[in-house]
Design a binder for this molecule. Structure first.
Ligand code: FES
Length: 82
């Protein structure tokens, strides 16, 4: 599913970037160009980022204000919690 239409970035690419260490929207912007133009994809990109980090057992770093309750604001570790 396409997430960022301006840059032709899909959820698989975002998941791959997370697996490679991307931990914030800023990281996704740097690596894939997500949210670097119109910005309409930012929320969805963060959703995919959070889901993939959760799936991989990583803490979620919202990277900007407005993170959801129950999710740590700051990146604590880029390693699995187990
Ligand atoms: S849809 Fe991602 S920057 Fe426009």
């Amino acid at each position: 599913m396409y997430i960022c239409l301006c840059n032709n970035v899909n959820d698989t690419q975002i998941r791959g970037a997370v697996a490679q260490g991307a931990s914030s929207l800023d990281d996704l912007r740097d690596v894939l160009g997500v949210a670097s133009q119109c910005g309409q994809c930012a929320c969805m990109a963060e959703e995919v980022l959070a889901c993939e980090q959760q799936r991989l057992g990583l803490f979620y770093n919202a990277g900007r204000q407005g993170h959801r309750a129950g999710q740590p604001r700051d990146m604590v570790a880029a390693t699995a919690l187990a």
